[in-house]
Design a protein around this ligand. Structure first.
Ligand code: SF4
Length: 257
C-alpha cells in the first residue's frame, strides 16, 4: 500500500491527477486458475521493456552497425585486381553515419592508402576547406570513393575494378540515406549515374541516385591543378547547400584553399 501511495504521489508531482482504477483479481484466484490450466495466459501479460533510447539515437546506432558490417566484409578484400597492385589498406570511408551530405570521389591516393582514410592528402585539405566554406564540418558529412583500394600511380580505376567495388559503396549509401550526394569528378559521376557523360553536361543539374539528390562537381585534385575552376565548383556546392537548406557562414564567399 505504501508503494502505491508513493507512486501516486510521484505521478501527482508530474502533474498527472486522473487515474483509472482497475479491480485486480485476488492473487490467490490468479494462481489457482493458472495452476488448473497451465496453458492459460496469465491474466496480466508481462510488460514489454520500455524503449530507453530515443529513436534518433537508435537509428544512428543501426547505421553505424550497418556500416561496420559492410566494412567487415571488405576486410583484406581480394575481389578485384586492385588488391594485388600495391595497396596497403582498404579505405572504407569516413564520417558521420547520419550524414545528410555525402561526398564521393574516385579512389584513394598514396596518403589515403597510408592512413586508411579518404581525402587526407592535399586534395583532402581542399575538400575540407570546401566543406568549411559551406558552413559544415568534416564530421557532419560522410566521404567515400568509388574504389576502396589505391590504383597504382593514381590511374583511373578500370571498369572491372569500379564495377566490383561500387556495390559496396551503394550499400553504404543505402545505410546512410543521405539527402544529397556530391560526386567529385567524372569517375564518381559515371559510376553513380551508371553511364558516361561529359562533366560540363552533368554539372549545374540535380540528378537522382538511390533516393538522394546527386550534384556533380570537379574533383579537388583537378581544382589544385586548375584553381580558376574553384568558382565553378563553389556554384555546385551552393546548389547542394540550397537542397540541404544550409547557408554559408558570412565570412565565406567561395571555396578558396
Ligand atoms: S577495390 Fe574494392 S573490390 Fe577491389 S579489392 Fe579493394 S575493396 Fe575489394
Amino acid at each position: 500500500m505504501q508503494t502505491l501511495q508513493a507512486r501516486i504521489r510521484y505521478y501527482r508531482d508530474l502533474g498527472i491527477s486522473q487515474f483509472y482504477r482497475r479491480i485486480a483479481a485476488p492473487l490467490s484466484e490468479i494462481e489457482s486458475v493458472t495452476a488448473i490450466n497451465p496453458d492459460l495466459e496469465p491474466p496480466i501479460p508481462p510488460r514489454k521493456p520500455a524503449a530507453t533510447l530515443p529513436t534518433t539515437f537508435t537509428a544512428s546506432v543501426d547505421r553505424a552497425a550497418g556500416l561496420s558490417a559492410i566494412q567487415h566484409e571488405l576486410h583484406n578484400c581480394t575481389r578485384c585486381p586492385l588488391a594485388f597492385q600495391g595497396r596497403h589498406t582498404v579505405v572504407f570511408g569516413d564520417g558521420n553515419a547520419d550524414a545528410r551530405l555525402m561526398f564521393i570521389g574516385e579512389g584513394p591516393g598514396a596518403d589515403e592508402d597510408a592512413q586508411g582514410l579518404p581525402f587526407v592528402g592535399r586534395a583532402g585539405q581542399l575538400l575540407n576547406n570546401m566543406i568549411a566554406a559551406m558552413g559544415l564540418k568534416r564530421s557532419d558529412v560522410y566521404i567515400a570513393n568509388i574504389v576502396k583500394c589505391r590504383p597504382p600511380q593514381n590511374r583511373v580505376p578500370e571498369p572491372e575494378e569500379a564495377n566490383t567495388c561500387a556495390p559496396f559503396l551503394f550499400r553504404q549509401i543505402n545505410v546512410i540515406k543521405p539527402e544529397v550526394i556530391v560526386a567529385l569528378g567524372a569517375t564518381a559521376a559515371t559510376y553513380l549515374l551508371g553511364g558516361k557523360s561529359p562533366l560540363a553536361r552533368l554539372r549545374g543539374r540535380i540528378h537522382e541516385v538511390r533516393g538522394a539528390k546527386l550534384i556533380v562537381t570537379y574533383h579537388p585534385a583537378y581544382l589544385l591543378r586548375d584553381p580558376s575552376q574553384k568558382k565553378e565548383a563553389w556554384k555546385d556546392l551552393q546548389l547542394a547547400m540550397t537542397e540541404l537548406g544550409v547557408k554559408a557562414p558570412k565570412a565565406s564567399s567561395n571555396a578558396d584553399s
